[in-house]
Design a protein around this ligand. Structure first.
Ligand SMILES: Nc1ncnc2c1ncn2[C@@H]1O[C@H](COP(=O)(O)OP(=O)(O)OP(=O)(O)O)[C@@H](O)[C@H]1O
Ligand SMILES: [Mg+2]
Length: 280
């Protein structure tokens, strides 16, 4: 027996399963940033920048050092409060005052300055700030950390994301390789995000194999139905995984392109100001 498609569904607007198994229209805007402004004294960090993140896409943000990429994502993830402009999540305006506010709203960010606790083990890092507790011998008064439960779930998350090189969730993060550490941070983000994941230069310090692993993770997150914002300087990486590419330049936006519309060389030319993009 076949189920008939909904009358509005066409071959061009294929719906897909979102993180909670719901049907999602890929043209839905998950996040919308409008005219964001941020100045640091006399330095203009953001000069009225807007962008949209669509359901299930990987949106890359590229740009030279100091172009305002990190500032842009900090302004939508609560790490800084913009001086002006608006942020809409699922169409509703939000005012995040801290990264914790954004996390509670389902946004997970791996910042450029990687935040892992090196001395803690992988499971503890996965659940950092979200530690699970179980009832202790004296009932709910002295609730103990549910270490074994967290370890099991950390292992499951890693396995679901296809991270095969890390076997022991009791291993301290400081004993992991750079790529494995980055994988833990990305896995944590992928596990807890319900709206989208932001990765600021996740492969900057990594070798070829480790970079491949993180790119694979990005594909896994996308396959879960979660959109990703990826900040990167690495053109081959960006052109491999991005659906759209936002080009940051001098605190503004020099345009939005796709891997189909432009070559990496053209993207770099727009990024550096050698070429200007006709704005549609
Ligand atoms: N906390 C701050 N105080 C003062 N200036 C800042 C601060 N944060 C960012 N800036 C300035 O804002 C501009 C944009 O910085 P931002 O970190 O967003 O750049 P970026 O595009 O992420 O660069 P990179 O590729 O080097 O990471 C820079 O000129 C930077 O010096
Ligand atoms: Mg940056």
């Amino acid at each position: 027996m076949t189920t008939s498609p909904t009358p509005t569904a066409t071959a061009t607007d294929e719906k897909y399963r979102g993180p909670a198994g719901e049907l999602v229209d890929p043209s839905t805007t998950v996040l919308s940033a409008r005219d964001l402004v941020k100045t640091f004294g006399r330095v203009i960090g953001l000069d009225g920048v807007s962008f949209d993140l669509k359901a299930g896409e990987v949106l890359a943000i590229i740009g030279d050092n100091g172009a305002g990429k990190s500032t842009l994502i900090k302004a939508v993830t609560g790490a800084i409060v913009p001086d002006a402009g608006q942020v809409f999540l699922d169409g509703r305006e939000v005012h995040f005052r801290s990264p914790q506010d954004a996390r509670q709203a389902g946004i997970e960010t791996v910042y450029q300055t990687l935040a892992v606790a090196p001395a803690l083990d992988i499971a503890a890092n996965m659940f950092l700030g979200r530690e699970r507790r179980r009832k202790g011998p004296l009932g709910s008064i002295f609730r103990m950390l549910d270490k074994s439960g967290m370890k099991t779930d950390a292992g499951k998350s890693m396995a679901n994301l296809g991270i095969a090189t890390i076997q022991n969730m009791s291993q301290a993060v400081e004993t992991l390789s750079g790529g494995q550490r980055q994988a833990v941070a990305v896995a944590r983000a992928a596990t807890f995000a319900t709206k989208f994941v932001v990765l600021d230069e996740p492969t900057a310090a990594l070798g070829v194999k480790e970079t491949g692993q993180v790119l694979n993770l990005i594909q896994q997150i996308k396959a879960k139905g979660l959109p990703v914002i990826l900040i990167s300087h690495n053109m081959p990486n960006v052109f491999e995984v991005a659906d759209r590419i936002h080009i940051a330049r001098l605190g503004g936006c020099a345009g939005v392109i796709t891997p189909q519309s432009h070559t990496p060389t053209e993207a770099v030319a727009i990024m550096t100001g050698a070429t200007t993009l006709e704005k549609g």
